[in-house]
Design a protein around this ligand. Structure first.
Ligand SMILES: CC(=O)N[C@H]1[C@@H](OP(=O)(O)OP(=O)(O)OC[C@H]2O[C@@H](n3ccc(=O)[nH]c3=O)[C@H](O)[C@@H]2O)O[C@H](CO)[C@@H](O)[C@@H]1O[C@H](C)C(=O)N[C@@H](C)C(=O)N[C@H](CCC(=O)O)C(=O)O
Ligand SMILES: Nc1ncnc2c1ncn2[C@@H]1O[C@H](COP(=O)(O)OP(=O)(O)OP(=O)(O)O)[C@@H](O)[C@H]1O
Length: 525
């Protein structure tokens, strides 16, 4: 099934009203006032009656696409002074609104076009380096206890009720977000959750949004190619915790960056402490017991009034105790009674590609898991999480992304060599990089710990590495493939090939079973 990304009906709003909603002076309007019925920042997605946002991008100026946007039906353009000059130099007479902070202004204008939909439902936004997707599904299930019609927007999918499409991005552009929210209202949705990536916060994709609750999971090393320093990375994420953007916040204070955010946030914040050794928060996790069957965990959530509540995480590993605790507190902050929030989180379904058990342990097979860990901290936690449920060897299949943060590659190699028994080094999404060079950077880290490269295998393509790792696995072993999670494609040299780790496991397993049957036949003949 597909979902429409925009509402079926929009009440036209005048361009001058939108300029004011975007915080601009009426003199920012160059040209006639016109009626607007939609908004986009991509000329390829323009519909009749749209306001087209033409930004000075990281690569090129969006005003280059103004003529195409107008031909496709855009009736006005929001851009900066340079963009206006480009538009006029092309001889276009379309009305132009000039803003200094174009992305922010466009978000506010799009909110106004669609009638400020985020204020009309319970909207929860989650940011943090890791755990956004998992926590968003936990929160959704908690919200389900009191909201029959809901939506989830994030890395895995854009879902409104029972309808879903593959998500183009972790966080969609602001006009798409406001359009989707307006669509949700038409569908009777009363509560929604969205992941907010740091790119989204930095590029004002949440401009114009009114979050009921903003949630922060953690800040770990990632994306420094984009944000440059951890301080700027934190500052971008902190944009979610601003007056006018979110009414209240829920912050997991297990790391120091989060503690700083909780101290400095200018909105009311409830803190959640989930790990031994973390400072006490308003809410505290105690007595976390990781289930020995590797399915889930139990813990006690101590509320600010000191009451103790038995709670559960439906997914394995201590990281998911953190995610579950944060989800309970966030859903409670969004209006779900505490007992219902705890029940909703405990009964949440698995999230595709997050500690997903694809092949169960048996007397012939190892346990085979897919996980999305693609940062040093996440990899550490994933491997530490499966060690207690692994009587035999821990076999890790992994690589690292091309065209993304290079610094983490050797660090992840070291972590793998320290925490896994056997390593199958392979490719993730090489993108425009030479795959062997990415693997070499990881291998350098592995060699620091294991100079003889004992039990280290380098196999490509990834589909072959998954089969190789699975064939190495004995019944007591755990095989874990990390980095791509639910992703349906692998990006190599600009081409997206259909590829999924879960499918790779299942297809390899079918061949392994067929070989076993053939061997048995041979043995008995
Ligand atoms: C690094 C980054 O985030 N770039 C975003 C940025 O692009 P940009 O400034 O480079 O755009 P540009 O190519 O210079 O083009 C300038 C303008 O012309 C427009 N344009 C361009 C071509 C065209 O034919 N018509 C047209 O209108 C573009 O929409 C853009 O507004 O602004 C664009 C919209 O204005 C975004 O589409 C684009 O996201 C790109 C596609 C992207 O891949 N972003 C990724 C990195 C991202 O956001 N990832 C995070 C998750 C990260 C994670 O946690 O792993 C996410 O939220 O998904
Ligand atoms: N609270 C957490 N702390 C650290 N690592 C975590 C946490 N929760 C999950 N992880 C690890 O991070 C991986 C990604 O989890 P998830 O998809 O929920 O995060 P995300 O923030 O949505 O990631 P991304 O933005 O890259 O899509 C998981 O597969 C797991 O290995």
């Amino acid at each position: 099934m597909t979902i429409s990304m925009r509402p079926a009906h929009v009440e036209p709003v005048s361009l001058s009203e939108l300029a004011v909603a975007a915080g601009l002076d009426p003199s920012a309007l160059d040209g006639d006032d016109v009626l607007i019925t939609g908004a986009t920042v991509d000329s390829r997605e323009v519909r009749q009656g749209d306001l087209f946002g033409a930004f000075a991008g990281l690569v090129q100026h969006g005003a280059r696409f103004a003529a195409g946007a107008v031909a496709a039906g855009a009736v006005a353009i929001l851009t900066d002074a340079a963009g206006r000059d480009m538009v006029r130099a092309e001889g276009l007479t379309v009305p132009v609104v000039v803003a200094q902070h174009t992305r922010a202004a466009m978000g506010e204008a799009a909110a106004a076009v669609y009638g400020h939909p985020s204020s009309r439902l319970t909207f929860v936004g989650i940011t943090g380096t890791n755990g956004k997707t998992t926590t968003s599904y936990f929160i959704d299930n908690a919200l389900a206890q009191v909201h029959a019609h809901r939506a989830v927007l994030g890395t895995v999918e854009l879902r409104i009720g029972d309808e879903a499409i593959e998500s183009p991005r972790t966080t969609v552009e602001a006009p798409v977000l406001h359009g989707l929210l307006a669509r949700m209202l038409e569908e009777g949705v009363t509560a929604a959750v969205t992941e907010v990536s740091s790119h989204a916060a930095a590029l004002d994709r949440i401009a114009g949004v009114d979050f009921a609750v903003a949630v922060f999971t953690n800040l770990q090393w990632d994306h420094l190619d984009f944000h440059k320093t951890m301080d700027r990375y934190l500052a971008d994420k902190a944009k979610l915790f601003a007056p006018g953007r979110a009414r209240r916040g829920v912050v997991c204070i297990d790391d120091e960056y989060a503690q700083r955010l909780a101290r400095e946030a200018p909105i009311p914040v409830e803190t959640v402490s989930t790990r031994p050794g973390s400072p006490r928060g308003d809410w505290n996790v105690e007595d976390a017991q990781v289930g020995l069957d590797g399915v889930g965990s139990q813990f006690i959530l101590v509320a600010p009034d000191g009451t103790r509540h038995a709670a559960e995480s439906p997914l394995p590993g201590l990281v998911n105790v953190s995610n579950a605790a944060v989800a309970v507190v966030a859903a409670h902050a969004a209006g779900v009674p505490l007992t219902a929030a705890i029940h909703g989180v405990a009964t949440a379904h698995g999230v595709p590609g997050r500690m997903e058990r694809v092949i169960e342990r048996s007397d012939v097979d190892p346990l085979a898991i897919v996980d999305y860990a693609h940062t040093p901290d996440a990899l550490t936690l994933a491997l530490e999480g499966v060690r207690p449920i692994t009587p035999g060897k821990l076999i890790l299949i992994f690589g690292s992304d091309g065209d993304r943060d290079q610094g983490k590659r050797p660090v992840m190699g070291e972590i793998a060599a320290n925490l896994a028994d056997v390593i199958v080094l392979t490719d993730e999404n090489p993108r425009s990089e030479e795959p062997a060079a990415v693997r070499a950077a990881i291998r350098a880290g592995i060699e620091k710990v294991r100079p003889d490269l004992r039990d280290v295998h380098e196999i490509e393509p990834r589909v072959a590495a998954v089969e190789y790792g699975l064939r190495l696995g004995k019944p007591g072993d755990t095989v874990i493939v990390t980095g791509k999670g639910h992703e349906p494609t692998q990006e190599i040299a600009g081409v997206f090939y259909r590829y999924n780790d879960r499918d790779a496991y299942l297809q390899a397993h079918a061949r392994i079973v067929a070989d076993r049957i053939a061997d048995e036949r041979e043995g008995s003949s």
